[in-house]
Unconditional design. Structure first.
Length: 418
């Protein structure tokens, strides 16, 4: 069987994570890469890991002419245009069979719906890359508890949280390019994860019907000095003018369409975790049973004394978003596998081999985008959002949060509210 030829559009941090994930996936090779800045380091890494030729392409059209699968891994604001160019190249004869899009599918529901419509209309296989729904820990826990769920019912309360000290690239901090702040960046993960934890173990991870949303946003650390100045100096982003939230939490009420039973999903995210590194946690509570996970619990750890700290080349080799180079650090030897990146690629490869749809499609990405927009609307209005209200449902379709429009100062900065 011929290897699937993979092409990356985007050459930043997340592209490197996907590259590492593909080391554990059979039947693929990294054929081509394209980014606004030629991703020469990424190409060299792909070749050194034996993942494929990783040819550097000067355009999306050139890349599409040589690959079976295009992974859209560039900045959020570029993905809809990139998808349209891939489809146009395919219509002109490019051999592209599938397109995968890293979360979120769009900066708002308008873009997400357009992504889905374009891919579906073109008849191309589309995969929404939400890695946390492929977590081995999640799938194993649900399988282990499947018999209990049959007798006692699915979980009734789920909590999902993700935190780190802040993104790597400037565009992530710019709410106009990224779509907001930490809610858009990481809240989409935690909302999807809470939804999946409450859904029946077998079947659609978004099987439950969202009923209402209550959300709170804040700008805590990165809205005050010296952190705001450091952000401006490093990335040229001024949160005194165009701020985004660095904290988001909320509660989503769900209804089981079959039993009519209600359940609650809680999420919490922040760009304020200056501890060991990326913290990803979930917990699901049922009637008489529970499951939980924390990425900071590892069977391995390293210790670095003060005298040796200066010799540590890269603390992120131990843990993503690590902020310290000394003391006791949890060691995750295969983060792409731990976080679900390997499994989402394996699912796409198997889907193409068998002719089925990927487990998560762009339709799923639209549903998550809808809930993220409902959370922004709740925080903007300071009230619970009734998702079953027809007027609210219609409003969400065209809603663009004030924060995303660069107008978040009145909502997030205390002095602007005086």
């Amino acid at each position: 069987m011929t290897d699937l030829k993979i092409g990356f559009v985007g050459g930043g941090f997340i592209a490197r994570f996907h590259l590492r994930a593909l080391e554990s996936v059979r039947g693929v090779r990294v054929e081509a890469l394209h980014s606004r800045t030629p991703p020469e380091a990424l190409a060299a890494e792909a070749r050194s890991r034996g993942l494929g030729p990783a040819h550097l392409c000067s355009s999306i059209e050139e890349l599409a002419a040589h690959v079976d699968v295009v992974a859209l891994l560039g900045p959020n604001a570029t993905r809809l245009d990139a998808l349209r160019r891939v489809i146009a190249a395919r219509d002109a004869g490019a051999p592209v069979r599938a397109v995968a899009c890293e979360k979120p599918l769009g900066r708002n529901l308008i873009e997400a719906r357009a992504m889905h419509a374009e891919a579906h209309g073109a008849g191309i296989v589309h995969a929404y890359f939400e890695n946390q729904l492929h977590l081995k820990a999640l799938l194993a826990a649900r399988a282990q508890l499947a018999a209990l769920e049959q007798r006692c019912g699915p979980p009734l309360l789920a909590r999902a949280a993700e935190e780190h000290a802040g993104p790597h690239a400037a565009w992530f901090w710019d709410p106009r390019q990224q779509g907001g702040g930490v809610l858009s960046d990481m809240g989409c993960h935690s909302i999807a994860l809470a939804w999946a934890l409450l859904s029946p173990a077998s079947g659609d991870p978004l099987a439950l019907v969202p009923v209402s949303v209550q959300c709170e946003l804040a700008l805590l650390k990165w809205g005050r000095e010296p952190h705001r100045g450091a952000l401006r100096e490093r990335f040229g982003i001024d949160y005194a003018q165009t701020p985004a939230e660095d904290y988001a939490s909320g509660t989503i009420r769900f209804r089981d369409p079959r039993s009519k039973a209600l359940s609650l999903g809680q999420f919490s995210t922040s760009w304020m975790n200056d501890k060991q590194g990326l913290k990803l946690e979930f917990e699901a509570l049922g009637a008489g049973y529970a499951c939980s996970f924390s990425s900071l619990r590892s069977p391995a750890e390293v210790f670095v004394a003060d005298a040796a700290a200066s010799a540590l080349a890269d603390q992120e080799l131990a843990l993503e978003k690590a902020t310290t180079s000394r003391g006791t650090l949890p060691l995750q030897p295969n983060e792409p596998d731990l976080y679900g990146y390997v499994d989402e690629w394996q699912d796409l490869v198997q889907a193409l081999a068998s002719g089925r749809e990927p487990r998560l499609s762009f339709r799923h990405g639209c549903e998550i985008a809808r809930l993220v927009m409902a959370c922004y609307l709740s925080a903007e209005r300071g009230e619970r959002i009734d998702l079953e209200d027809p007027l609210t449902a219609a409003a969400l379709e065209s809603y663009i949060p004030a924060i995303q429009r660069g107008l978040g100062a009145a909502q997030l900065l205390p002095q602007a509210r005086r």
